[in-house]
Design a protein around this ligand. Structure first.
Ligand SMILES: [Zn+2]
Length: 327
């Protein structure tokens, strides 16, 4: 694994407040154990996004602990996955890593994944999330402040402030993603697997060359669903069944909140998320009331199984009229 610190000075920007829950994997939570708690938040020493080659021609780009973007480079084209919150010159980073033409595909419409789309002329995303792409500047600032002051992780790792928030003057043209769509990059193909739950338009991306599944926020250890639990579960089971086609899963929040570890999410996380949702449908879930880590004044009830904690809407366990057979 090669770690490069990108040479461009970062420009920055930020993102939104709102009701979404940023994911924190159990492994990431564990990696925070022993991290010093710091009351005073001072900008840290790292002024540039972290860029790591996680497989040949496959890059992880960490945007100041807020989220993880990826760049997959083939022989003829490249594919960027997610655009981040917009705190950094992601376009400049992509173009420093490849001279090939490239597409930008978004896993889902939450602000820490679409906030940076104003840098690009066009992006791909699923139709169900396209209404979520207009993110006011103030909300991006707010998101950065929440992240910087969040009471987990190492707070003083990243040096970014609201002064770095970039104001975009345009919205990109949106092209629609669909389940089964293939990005042929030349010598490697990336296939889209729709996986709604965390958001209605969530998509994951399976790269046949690196055998990595880029899973966005579909299935980390602290995921919630706004959709029927039964539907969410079916799509997650499909990801589990695809496991013969991938060896690693990189989600949208690797190296979250000041942790500097760059690793694949363990298969157990997806398995436990599935079991947690299953237990809700069976009616024997172990539940807990937890604080939202982004908004500590808010609490939510989650189902717990192994390393997973899953949020759900008690009024949306099944689709309307659906037979209650646990998948
Ligand atoms: Zn999200």
């Amino acid at each position: 694994m090669k770690i490069l610190f990108h040479l461009c000075p970062f420009v920055s920007s930020a993102m939104i407040g709102l009701l979404f829950t940023c994911p924190l994997t159990q492994a990431q939570q564990q990696s925070n154990v022993g991290a010093p708690e710091q009351e005073a938040v001072t900008p840290g020493p790292v002024t540039r996004p972290m860029v790591v080659e996680i497989a040949p021609n496959t890059y992880f780009i960490n945007e100041f602990g807020m989220n993880a973007m990826y760049l997959v480079i083939g022989e003829k084209r490249a594919l960027a996955i997610d655009a981040g919150t917009g705190f950094c010159d992601f376009k400049g980073i992509i173009e420093s890593l490849t001279k090939l033409p490239y597409d930008v595909a978004i896993t889902h419409g939450h602000p820490d994944h679409v906030g940076g789309i104003g840098q690009f002329d066009e992006i791909y995303m699923h139709a169900a999330d396209t209404a979520m792409t207009h993110i006011p500047y103030e909300q991006r600032v707010q998101y950065g402040e929440i992240m910087r002051n969040m009471n987990i992780g190492y707070k003083n790792v990243w040096d970014y402030t609201k002064e770095n928030v970039t104001k975009y003057t345009k919205q990109p043209k949106i092209k629609l993603l669909s389940d089964g769509q293939v990005f042929d990059l030349g010598g490697r193909q990336v296939t889209v697997y729709y996986c709604p739950g965390h958001s209605p338009g969530e998509c994951t991306f399976l790269d046949d060359k690196s055998r990595i599944l880029f899973s966005g926020d579909a299935a980390n250890g602290n995921v919630g669903t706004r959709m029927a639990v039964s539907t969410t579960l079916r799509y997650l089971i499909r990801l589990q069944q695809l496991r013969t086609e991938y060896d690693q899963m990189y989600n949208g929040h690797i190296a979250y909140a000041g942790t500097m570890d760059v690793f694949s999410q363990k298969p157990q996380v997806l398995d436990d998320v599935i079991e947690a949702f299953r237990s809700l449908l069976r009616g024997d879930a172990k539940t807990e009331v937890v604080k939202n880590h982004l908004f500590p004044e808010r609490t939510q009830t989650v189902a717990v199984y192994g390393v997973a904690r899953v949020g759900f809407d008690p009024d949306k366990m099944w689709e309307e009229g659906e037979e209650h057979i646990v998948p």
